[in-house]
Design a protein around this ligand. Sequence first.
Ligand SMILES: Nc1nc2c(ncn2[C@@H]2O[C@H](COP(=O)(O)OP(=O)(O)OP(=O)(O)O)[C@@H](O)[C@H]2O)c(=O)[nH]1
Ligand SMILES: [Mg+2]
Length: 221
Amino acid sequence: MKLTVSMITMNEERAVAKVIGDIRSVVPDAEILLVDSSRDRTAEIAEELGARVIKQFPPQGYGPAMDRAVREASGDVVLTLDCDDTYPVSAIPKMLALIDEGYDLVNTTRVSKRPKAMPFANFLANRFFALAARVLHGLKTTDVHSGMRAYRKSMIEQVQWNARGPALPVDMLIIPYRAGFKVAEIPIEYLERIGETTLHRFSSTVWTFKRLWRARKVTRR
Ligand SMILES: Nc1nc2c(ncn2[C@@H]2O[C@H](COP(=O)(O)OP(=O)(O)OP(=O)(O)O)[C@@H](O)[C@H]2O)c(=O)[nH]1
Ligand SMILES: [Mg+2]
């Protein structure tokens, strides 16, 4: 199985070289793909290190960037993570093993216990969003917002979501699950961020519930 590790980037020049190096140390043969909307040197650094960079200008936000990052991957499996050093690359082999076993999507949870690197309010909000996903959709999850996931590429080609607007990771988990694809979840450590956050708490919360509610209409394939 060919692997693509996809990241979306907005001004991550302080983290990008370390993150690419860490990925290479675990999966040296993977394609590394960036959808970049940075004003700093992120794209140049990534290209120098052999990554494929798609430029998205003007920046369209997290959703359209992430949608492109998974759809343009050339691998049979596409694995996403933030380019800010918050996600542990050591989890990658286990995630790939689960895809090999037949899962179509491997989610990770940052909040199986409270991570020191996450503000308490974010921890509570994440657990609450996940509880809502359980109640509405029956999915056993504790984290609908994790940015670290592995997706089978053939599955991505069979599902659709509205990439515009915040909180797209919610749809990227719930819609495949409701469509009948096999979903697994493993706990990971969540680490302290390098650089500035782009998270907008209010709009992200509103859109999380919008997406959770609308996904009720998704039926099994
Ligand atoms: N291409 C592109 N990348 C983006 C955009 N917004 C955010 N990103 C990237 O998306 C990833 C996730 O954004 P973060 O700022 O880490 O948001 P977060 O993970 O919700 O918040 P933290 O917990 O603070 O890390 C990072 O790699 C960002 O650089 C955008 O508009 N375009
Ligand atoms: Mg992040």
